[in-house]
Design a protein around this ligand. Structure first.
Ligand SMILES: [Zn+2]
Length: 435
């Protein structure tokens, strides 16, 4: 129902004649249900289990599936729930899924596309006739002049300028690139084909976002229509801290005496970092995990229990700071409330001068009335700035805690508070952050 396409609005008026007027009193006519001769259109939200299991459906259209929650009202995956509605029409049904992809390995649309015949729109080279998809790797520009971006042909090196795009598009065609499961057609299209966006604009935006992984992810997802691999790839500038990574064979780096954990809650995931502490405040990142799912339900938190109850070598995780200042605060409070005895503590970061890294005692002025440790994030930053020369490393302060295993550390500012907190746990392994 895009309003940007003139042809859609023609279709819109034709459709309007087929459904009842918005105000007519008719069971088959509401905001989310429109009857028309031969059928009815039912619309529902991916978060509504009731809506998803209400009606048998022959034609199912699932829009932006990568934005769906992992679970609808505790009844399971919304895509599975919706597809179950089509089983009575097996053999005659059609299921359409559309989405901008998100994270590699966690993208519904990517998984569906990989099951399909993986069609790409191939356009001809105007010089040699070679048929190929338009990809980012084929977009080039003269040094320093992204506003003059053009498309090259891999076969002959021929150059194509923006004004030639319509001619290439009109001579293009969809070509499958995989066998697939024999019943799923998959179509990939990026903004590089768009008549409303130029290669120059996309290249310029790339320059603006290239150094910021979060914005670069959005660019990769929305402009290239590709999933994002959550690691420092070629496009992310090398991080000086990465050079300090070292390898060790077992679960534990030698020299680790005590393990602590930091937990960060996001809208669609929980991230856990386990840090090992040794003599002279040396620290190692022992484990880093991203638990994908919906933090508003219990399942993800029980996964978190599993991680925190684990051992590395022979060592258990002795204390944990859970950042409750972000998403799903209520669930985070609840998780900590029943685990005080296991030294799983709720923390919250607060900026401003004079707030120490770690308070003498927790506050209870929160909705759950649980002990909450307020972490002074500015004090943390100051401490880091003193101990490291890190003007360019603001986003990597967690990493500065010590040496890294050779796998890449995700870059996330939110972890600062949690890490600072675990480094101040009262067990004789302070990280020298008392400022
Ligand atoms: Zn060519």
């Amino acid at each position: 129902m895009s309003s940007s396409s003139p042809s859609t609005s023609n279709g819109w008026y034709t459709l309007r004649d087929l459904v009842s007027a918005p105000r007519s009193r008719d069971a088959g006519n509401s905001l989310f249900r429109k009857s028309f001769p031969g059928g009815q259109l039912v619309m529902t939200g991916a978060n509504s289990a009731v809506g998803l299991r209400s009606t048998p459906v022959r034609y199912l259209f699932l829009d932006e599936v990568d934005g769906y929650p992992g679970d609808a009202d505790g009844e399971g995956d919304p895509v599975d729930l919706a597809i179950q509605r089509t089983t009575t029409f097996r053999g005659r049904r059609k299921i359409y899924m559309v989405s901008t992809p998100t994270l590699k390995g966690h993208s519904r649309i990517e998984a569906a596309y990989l099951d399909s015949d993986q069609r790409y729109f191939h356009v001809p080279c105007l010089h040699c006739g070679d048929m190929a998809p338009i990809t980012w790797a084929r977009i080039r520009w003269p040094e320093g002049q992204r506003d003059a971006a053009y498309l090259v042909c891999d076969a002959c090196g021929g150059v194509h300028h923006e004004h030639e795009k319509p001619r290439m598009m009109s001579a293009g065609e969809w070509r499958p690139t995989a066998l697939g499961d024999g019943r799923t057609a998959g179509f990939h299209l990026s903004s590089l084909y768009s008549p409303w966006e130029t290669w120059a604009e996309i290249a310029q935006e790339h320059a603006r976002v290239a150094k910021d992984p979060a914005r670069l992810q959005v660019w990769v997802n929305t402009k290239l229509g590709e999933s994002w691999e959550d690691q420092a790839g070629d496009t992310v500038p090398a991080d000086p801290l990465m050079a300090r990574r070292e390898d060790w064979d077992s679960d534990l780096a030698p020299g680790v005496a005590v393990l602590t954990g930091g937990v960060d809650v996001q809208g669609d995931r929980i991230e856990v970092q386990v840090v090992g502490w040794g003599r002279d405040e040396e620290a190692w990142v022992i484990d880093y995990r991203v638990l994908w799912g919906d933090p508003s339900g219990p399942r993800l938190w029980s996964d978190l229990d599993g991680v925190l109850n684990g051992t590395y070598g022979d060592l258990p995780v002795r204390a944990v700071a859970v950042d409750t200042g972000g998403h799903h605060t209520k669930m985070a409070y609840e998780f900590c409330r029943t685990r005080l005895a296991s030294r799983i503590w709720a923390i919250k970061g607060r900026g401003g001068p004079g707030i120490p890294v770690w308070p003498r005692r927790p506050t209870r002025s929160n909705k759950a009335k649980i002990p909450l440790f307020i972490v002074g994030v500015d004090a943390v930053k100051d401490a880091w700035n003193i101990t490291m020369v890190i003007s360019e490393l603001e986003n990597h302060m967690a990493a500065a805690a010590g040496l890294f295993p050779t796998w890449d550390l995700p870059q996330d500012q939110h972890r600062v508070g949690a890490l600072a907190a675990i480094s101040k746990l009262p067990m004789g392994t302070c990280f020298g952050l008392t400022v």
